[in-house]
Design a protein around this ligand. Structure first.
Ligand code: MOS
Length: 674
């Protein structure tokens, strides 16, 4: 099945948040803090206000009235305190974007009382503490068995520190909002969001509105990866600006501003200790993580939880520590937790295989657990071994000589590596309705398609349930006025929305074709006690230039076990997209912070490098047929995030095989190999 909105997208008919034609619209541009910590001493907007075309300047001097701002990142302009470099301190509203931007740049004079800032994460940071839970509600620390005894008894051990840098989502569509107040005080936000229902509920609370007075429209979204999973400050600022000038307001963040105001992946410092007996069976697994949050609020990434999922071991300890720094609050980025956590764990497993003189695939297979190690629950399905075997077959792993650093083709050292992938299969309550109009089925649910193919998958799910052809089904999504839905995040969109769509369609068939609605709160709540995860295996072949240290990934193969695959063509794209992002994480992506100014330096696509087509010459994706009756009526697991999990480790392991150098600090840039 082709993407149902594909033609709209490639012909420019698909309307994104900033593109709506709104009568009388004016433009806003955000002014950002030039210091990382301190207070605004004075803010003088007079030059901006004197600029022809400028309508208003809003700042903390005005303290616009807000409701219950549970999220301090959304409590804009509420006081003089500065919590991070780039925080919004004012907004200029003008008749044109150009005037707003220029007046914001030159017309608002801000003076600060600057205080010393602390922006550097380090393993011995004096402020480190253990959060009560890590996202969303996992215990921060778990311990089972005697880790120290397990390590002491081991025939082979690994004890290494792995680090990952600050990473930023770079959705093609920036975070943008048009705010339109109606004459009766109702507000419509055209917003680039991953969840119209959640956005409405949160933003209504922040603005002090009853939720039914706010409508959030997001029919097409150009990527999010987690950064649009919650409302960002520009939505609140646009609403306040529109209220102040009595006109609709358009506000987009620039690419530079996105780096400060839309979240990022926390850097991590991860110590992994593994012990194994002479046969390679784990005797202990210890994963300790240091990461950061802001002074504004606690965001605790669940980096070490992968150890609770992956391998059988009699002794297992996982732990997290946070430092609260004078930085923007980190947020979600594709596979938060799993992506950095599996870089460390799967690199360490490769090191353990080498120490034990074992094949890395055999090491993983011998440590296959009967039940989830952290919880003792049975898996609803787990086909990691099948993925490893199928991948090994397709990749030609049997021909591999494990000796590192010996394959030279011209001046290029060649190596191969493998790593596992994992991602949980979640589901959340959602409502949907279906009705018949002129022989077509109209399906309504406040889902959102962030480029994943959600609209297409839901069309397929509805058609299958109704026994209709996909052409007879029209799916309406991307609007908080539709039946309430969970967000496009946590790889749970299709599973959550699809369940509601199936139930609504079943109800329509049962009642003879009359409009039907379904709500899955009860069904999702009574899920049986299984550990539900998708698994996968990733294989990489790299070429490392012997003179320059340049790394080229010549082959990437991912084999996944993710339940039933609903829309194969789009699923393939999802896996490839995740693996491409994993390649970026492995080799090039990093946000560099200037410790003196507390400012992100690499804040555009010229400096923050993401893979281009030439960087990904050959990515192959396959999946195994997996039957799992304990998931949802479709039998599907999420596929949005697992593709990025394990890729970086597979590439780092291949770099070691090529060169004999173990790179434990991402990204693997040439300087680290020379
Ligand atoms: Mo994704 S980081 O769960 O939007």
């Amino acid at each position: 099945m082709n993407r149902v909105e594909g033609r709209d997208k490639v012909t420019g008919q698909a309307t994104y948040a900033y593109e709506y034609d709104v009568e009388g619209v004016v433009y806003a541009f955000v002014v950002q803090s030039a210091i990382a910590k301190g207070r605004i001493r004075s803010l003088d907007p007079s030059a901006a206000l004197a600029t022809p075309g400028v309508l208003a300047v809003l700042s903390s001097a005005d303290r616009p009235e807000l409701g219950d701002t549970g999220d301090p990142e959304l409590a804009v302009f509420q006081g003089p305190e500065i919590a991070y470099h780039g925080q919004a301190v004012a907004v200029v509203v003008a008749e044109t974007l150009e005037v707003a931007r220029e007046a914001a740049r030159t017309g608002v004079r801000v003076e600060y009382d600057e205080e010393p800032h602390d922006v550097r994460l380090r393993p011995d940071h004096p402020g480190l503490y253990r959060p009560k839970v890590v996202n969303p509600v996992f215990p921060s620390r778990t311990e089972k068995g005697d880790v120290e005894a397990g390590l002491a008894d081991a025939a082979v051990t690994v004890d290494e520190v792995y680090t990952t840098p600050v990473l930023h989502n770079n959705a093609m569509e920036p975070h943008a909002t048009i705010a339109v107040w109606g004459p009766d005080g109702d507000l419509t936000l055209y917003d680039s969001t991953q969840g119209p229902t959640g956005h409405r509920d949160i933003t209504a609370r922040v603005l002090g509105l009853p939720p039914e007075r706010l409508r959030v429209v997001s029919r097409h979204v150009g990527g999010g990866f987690g950064s649009k999973g919650t409302p960002r400050p520009q939505a609140v600022i646009a609403a306040l600006a529109a209220r102040a000038v009595g006109r609709p307001v358009k506000l987009t963040l620039t690419r530079h501003q996105m780096y400060d105001m839309t979240g990022y992946r926390t850097p991590t410092i991860q110590r992994v200790r593994l012990g194994a007996d002479a046969q390679g069976r784990l005797t202990a697994l210890d994963h300790d993580v240091v990461e950061q949050s802001s002074t504004l609020k606690e965001f605790a990434e669940q980096t070490a939880i992968v150890g609770r999922v992956m391998y059988a071991t009699p002794a297992l300890r996982t732990d997290h520590h946070l430092a609260r720094l004078d930085v923007p609050t980190p947020s979600w980025m594709r596979a938060p937790g799993e992506a950095p956590g599996m870089f460390a764990l799967e690199s360490a497993m490769d090191e353990l295989a080498i120490a034990a003189g074992m094949d890395p695939i055999e090491l993983r297979i011998i440590n296959e657990p009967d039940a989830e190690p952290g919880s003792g629950r049975p898996y609803s399905s787990r086909n990691l071994v099948a993925c490893l075997r199928e991948g090994a077959h397709r990749f030609g792993w049997a021909r591999r000589d494990p000796e590192p650093g010996i394959r030279l083709e011209g001046r290029w050292l060649v190596g191969t590596g493998v790593a596992s992938s994992t991602y949980p299969a979640y589901r959340r309550p959602t409502s949907a309705s279906v009705s018949v109009l002129n022989g077509d089925f109209i399906v309504r649910v406040a889902a959102v398609d962030i480029g994943t193919g959600a609209r297409t998958a839901l069309t397929r799910i509805a058609a299958d349930t109704l026994g209709a052809s996909p052409e007879q089904v029209r799916v309406e999504i991307g609007d908080s006025d539709l039946p309430k839905a969970t967000l496009a995040g946590g790889s749970m969109g299709t599973a959550s929305w699809g369940t509601a769509v199936v139930r609504a369609c079943e109800a329509l068939l049962k009642n003879g074709g009359k409009e039907a609605t379904a709500d899955t709160t009860e069904e999702v709540g009574e899920a049986a006690d299984f550990a539900r995860h998708a698994f996968g295996a990733q294989f990489a072949e790299v070429r490392v230039h012997a003179d320059t240290g340049e790394v080229r990934v010549s082959r990437l193969l991912g084999v996944f076990a993710a339940g039933r695959i609903i829309a194969p063509q789009l699923a393939r794209s999802q896996f490839i997209g995740g693996m491409t992002m994993g390649l970026g994480m492995a080799l090039m992506e990093q946000t560099v912070l200037d410790p003196d100014f507390g400012d992100f330096l690499t804040d555009d696509l010229a400096q923050y490098h993401v893979p281009a087509c030439a960087d990904v010459p050959a990515i192959e994706v396959a999946w195994i047929d997996e039957e799992d009756p304990y998931l949802n009526p479709m039998g599907s697991k999420g596929i949005g995030e697992i593709g990025i999990v394990g890729t970086a480790a597979a590439i780092a392991n291949a770099v070691h095989h090529a060169t004999g150098h173990r790179i434990r600090h991402l990204p693997i840039t040439p300087d680290k190999l020379l």
